[in-house]
Ligand binder design. Structure first.
Ligand SMILES: Nc1nc2c(ncn2[C@@H]2O[C@H](COP(=O)(O)OP(=O)(O)OP(=O)(O)O)[C@@H](O)[C@H]2O)c(=O)[nH]1
Ligand SMILES: [Mg+2]
Length: 320
């Protein structure tokens, strides 16, 4: 759009997104990724307009160490979900700043989209050196995609707490590992990582080493008392294995969720995490400690978004 064109009315943009138009989704994502101060009111207006719509898409986050096969898996899942008749939006959060050589945007998601299929949309987002595995625009981008598509798949690199903040913006957290690394096992055992909703072992075609990884993870999950957590082995090389089982596990997790309650709890934990990142332990102490902060958050109106909650915490900290 040239600079002479008047800006597109937000209502029209929101309607296009809700109708699942890929062109409208692309424009909406450009808007929410725009960091200029002058764009903030339009971004807020768009998110408000999208908020009150139909029940929106299931948001699934895929996190795990670099190179384990997350993009390949997301691509295969996208295909299976399309076959089952769901529309799919993919957000690949690219921590390009953490990689030497900085892979080109879009390079790391090899997902084929067909021009004639309006039901599959893929977007990459750079994290540009920010804390955590998620870019600042990611929560808003996820909202846009969830308003447009039945299923939203978010890929981000991460092991351990500071990088798994994808958990705050998705309904289902999938941790992806490859055979033979032992990373997830150690993080789980050391309590560095919370038990995810679903565990995936990729590259099941590698055979014994994959079976071993499955068995180890299942044992660790049981030892931690999370009997319900499915561990699924998948292979994305022909013949594909486990993709249908994984889709079933995701659908099953969603069916058991109280989405409203989970999203409310996530917003509150997200706000506290953002506050703690910004103000450190001293800031948390000024709130009377973590427990007191959680209690205060629990008393706030359910409709408040993360920035509003963070601002409330800041006010509490200066009063206290
Ligand atoms: N043998 C085998 N190789 C796989 C499988 N899935 C992915 N790979 C390979 O693993 C490598 C990494 O795959 P990606 O999907 O890019 O991994 P990723 O986790 O998205 O990587 P980053 O985004 O860079 O962290 C590629 O060379 C894939 O071809 C699988 O099921 N079996
Ligand atoms: Mg990838």
């Amino acid at each position: 759009m040239g600079s002479a064109d008047p800006p597109e009315p937000v209502e029209a943009l929101a309607a296009g997104v809700r109708a699942g138009s890929r062109a409208a989704v692309a424009r909406a994502l450009n808007l929410v990724e725009d960091r200029r101060a002058q764009s903030r009111p339009r971004i807020a207006e768009l998110l408000r307009a999208l908020g009150g719509g139909k029940p929106d898409g299931h948001r699934v986050g895929f996190t795990g160490p670099p190179g384990v096969g997350k993009s390949t898996l997301v691509s295969a899942l996208g295909g299976e979900l399309r076959r089952r008749g769901s529309t799919v939006g993919v957000l690949a959060v690219d921590p390009s700043s953490k990689r030497s050589g900085g892979a080109l945007l879009g390079d790391r998601v090899r997902i084929e989209t067909r021009p004639e299929d309006e039901g599959l949309f893929v977007r990459s987002l750079a994290t540009a050196g920010e804390l955590g595995g998620l870019a600042r625009a990611a929560p808003a981008s996820v909202l846009v995609l969830a308003a447009a598509f039945d299923r939203v798949l978010v890929e981000t690199v991460g092991v351990g707490q500071s990088e798994t903040d994808v958990e705050y913006v998705v309904d289902t957290v999938v941790f992806v590992v490859q055979p033979g690394s032992g990373d997830a096992l150690q993080f789980l055992k050391a309590g560095i990582m919370e038990v995810p909703d679903v565990l995936v072992v990729t590259k099941a075609d590698l055979g014994r080493v994959a079976q071993r990884a499955m068995a180890d993870l299942q044992a660790a999950v049981r030892a931690l008392g999370s009997r319900e957590t499915p561990v699924v082995a998948v292979s994305c090389v022909a013949p594909p294995q486990g993709i249908e089982a994984l889709v079933d596990a995701l659908e099953c997790h969603r069916a058991g969720l109280d989405l409203t309650a989970r999203r409310l709890a996530s917003r509150r934990r997200h706000a506290l995490a953002d506050f703690a990142t910004e103000h450190g332990e001293r800031g948390v102490r000024a709130l009377g400690g973590r427990r007191a902060a959680e209690r205060w958050l629990g008393e706030q109106a359910p409709g408040l978004d993360v920035p509003a909650l963070v601002q409330g915490l800041q006010e509490q900290a200066t009063e206290g």
